[in-house]
Design a protein around this ligand. Structure first.
Ligand SMILES: Nc1ncnc2c1ncn2[C@@H]1O[C@H](COP(=O)(O)OP(=O)(O)OP(=O)(O)O)[C@@H](O)[C@H]1O
Ligand SMILES: [Mg+2]
Length: 416
C-alpha cells in the first residue's frame, strides 16, 4: 500500500458536486488512485449555506475515493471560489541592503511584503499572493532576482482575497468531516494547473471554468497570473431557463440539457424532436431541439459576454494570443466552443485535465479540471516543503516534479 507521505488529495467543493481525487506521487509521476464524486448539498455559488449538508457531502466523496484507493485521507488541498472573491494587482519596492551586492530570498520576501501592504479590509482574507515580475534597478521582466546584484528591487504581484467567513466555513466543513486542510486554492488557478500548457501561459491565455453556480476566470501572460475574477452565473442558470421556457421540472430540465442541449441554435436541425415531461399533472409534450437550443444560447452568450467584459476591464484582455480554454461541467454543452469563438472572436478549446496517470478514464471530463489541478498544485507544494525542511523524501518529489514540468511547465514557483 502507498506510504502516506506520497499521497496528495484534491477536494473540489463545487455548487453541484463534491469531488475528491486521491493521487500517489512517485518517480513515475502523479497517479490517480481514487476518485469520489457526490452531489453537493448545502452550497450556493461556492459558499456554504448549510454546514451539516456540506459536511455530509464532503464525507461521502472522500470516503468513496478512500475505498477505491485503499488509503486513509488525513489532509486535503481544497478549492475556494464564489462571488466574494476579489483580486487586485499591486506593486512593492524595497532598497536592497548590503550595498546591493546580492539579492537574497529574504529581500524577495520583503519586496512581496511591501506589495502586500495595500489596504486589505479586516473582513477579507488573503488567499494568494502571486508574484508576476521583478524589476532590479531599471531592468524589467525578471522572473527570479535571487543572486542578482542591484540596489532597488521592485515586484508586481496579483493578490486574491476572499470573505473571511466564507473561507472559514469551507475549512470548518472539511474539518468537521474529519480532514485537515493543507491549503486553500482559488478554483480557476487549480483548473489552470491541469488544463493549460506552459506555452499557453507564456503566450497569454484565459481559462474560464464554467461550473454550476459560478464562472471563474484566470488570465495568464508571460507565465504569470495577471487577472482573476468570478462571475455569479453558471450552468444552473441555463437549467433554470430550460425549466421555465419548457415548463418542465428542474430535474428533467437538467437531463434534457445534458442529453439534447446545444449552445448554438443554427447548427441544430429543426426536425429533431424531444419529449418534455410536464409539471404536475400536465401532459408530456414534444418540442424541437432547435427550440431547446434557442433557450440555451442567449444565456450562454450572456455568460461569455460577461467574461469578455471582465477581461476588457484590464489591459491584459488583448494580450491573450493563445485564446480561451473552457473547463467546468457547463463547457460540456454541445457547441460551446463554437459559440465562444463567435462571441469572442478568438481561438477557443475545451480544457480536459492533463498531467496525471492512473484512473484517467474516470476523470476525462472538463468538470474534473479543478480537482485534478488541486492535486497537481499539492504535489508542487509538498515538494517545496520537502526542499525547505530538508526532508529525506525530497528526491521523490523532485523527480515527480520534473515529470510534471515536462507536461505542464513551471507554474507557480515563488508563490509564497
Ligand atoms: N454534458 C453536459 N452538458 C451540459 N451541461 C453539463 C453537462 N455536464 C455537466 N453540465 C453542467 O455543468 C454544471 C456543473 O459543472 P461543474 O461540476 O464544473 O460545477 P461545480 O464545480 O459543481 O460548480 P461551481 O464550480 O460553479 O461551484 C451543471 O450546471 C451541469 O448542468
Ligand atoms: Mg467548480
Amino acid at each position: 500500500m502507498a506510504s502516506r507521505e506520497n499521497i496528495v488529495v484534491g477536494l473540489d467543493i463545487g455548487t453541484t458536486k463534491v469531488c475528491a481525487i486521491i493521487a500517489e506521487a512517485d518517480e513515475g509521476g502523479v497517479k490517480v488512485v481514487g476518485v469520489g464524486l457526490t452531489r453537493a448539498e448545502g452550497l450556493r455559488r461556492g459558499v456554504v449555506v448549510n454546514l451539516d449538508k456540506t459536511v455530509e457531502s464532503i464525507r461521502r466523496a472522500v470516503e468513496e475515493a478512500e475505498l477505491m484507493a485503499g488509503v486513509e485521507v488525513r489532509s486535503v488541498y481544497a478549492g475556494i471560489a464564489g462571488d466574494h472573491i476579489r483580486s487586485v494587482n499591486s506593486h512593492g519596492v524595497i532598497a536592497v541592503p548590503r550595498g546591493g551586492v546580492e539579492i537574497t530570498r529574504s529581500d524577495v520576501a520583503r519586496a512581496i511584503d511591501a506589495a502586500k501592504a495595500v489596504a486589505i479590509p479586516m473582513d477579507r482574507e488573503v488567499v494568494h499572493i502571486l508574484p508576476q515580475d521583478f524589476t532590479v534597478d531599471d531592468q524589467h521582466g525578471i522572473k527570479d532576482p535571487t543572486g542578482m546584484a542591484g540596489v532597488r528591487l521592485e515586484v508586481d504581484v496579483h493578490i486574491v482575497t476572499g470573505a473571511v467567513s466564507s473561507a472559514q466555513n469551507i475549512v470548518k466543513a472539511i474539518q468537521r468531516a474529519g480532514y485537515q486542510v493543507t491549503d486553500l486554492v482559488l478554483e480557476p488557478l487549480a483548473s489552470a494547473y491541469s488544463a493549460l500548457t506552459e506555452d499557453e501561459r507564456e503566450l497569454g491565455v484565459v481559462i474560464v471554468d464554467m461550473g454550476g453556480g459560478t464562472t471563474d476566470i484566470a488570465l495568464f501572460h508571460e507565465g504569470a497570473v495577471r487577472q482573476t475574477s468570478v462571475i455569479g452565473l453558471g450552468g444552473n442558470n441555463v437549467t433554470n431557463d430550460i425549466a421555465i421556457g419548457l415548463r418542465t421540472p428542474a430535474r428533467d430540465a437538467e437531463r434534457i440539457k445534458e442529453r439534447f442541449g446545444a449552445a448554438l441554435a443554427h447548427v441544430v436541425s429543426g426536425d429533431e424532436e424531444i419529449r418534455v415531461p410536464g409539471v404536475a399533472s400536465q401532459h408530456e409534450r414534444r418540442v424541437s431541439r432547435q427550440l431547446l437550443a434557442s433557450i440555451i444560447q442567449p444565456r450562454m452568450e450572456e455568460m461569455l459576454q460577461l467574461v469578455v467584459r471582465e477581461i476588457r476591464k484590464t489591459d491584459w484582455g488583448d494580450k491573450i494570443p493563445a485564446g480561451m480554454v473552457l473547463t467546468g461541467g457547463a463547457s460540456s454543452l454541445e457547441g460551446t466552443a463554437m459559440l465562444a469563438e463567435e462571441v469572442l472572436d478568438m481561438p477557443v478549446r475545451i480544457g480536459y485535465p492533463m498531467g496525471v496517470t492512473g484512473l484517467t478514464d474516470s476523470i476525462q471530463d472538463p468538470k474534473y479540471a479543478t480537482a485534478v489541478g488541486l492535486v497537481l498544485y499539492g504535489v508542487e507544494r509538498e515538494h517545496e516543503e520537502a526542499r525547505f525542511s530538508g526532508r529525506n523524501d525530497d528526491s521523490v518529489w523532485q523527480k515527480v516534479l520534473e515529470r510534471m514540468r515536462g507536461l505542464l511547465g513551471d507554474l507557480f514557483d515563488g508563490k509564497r
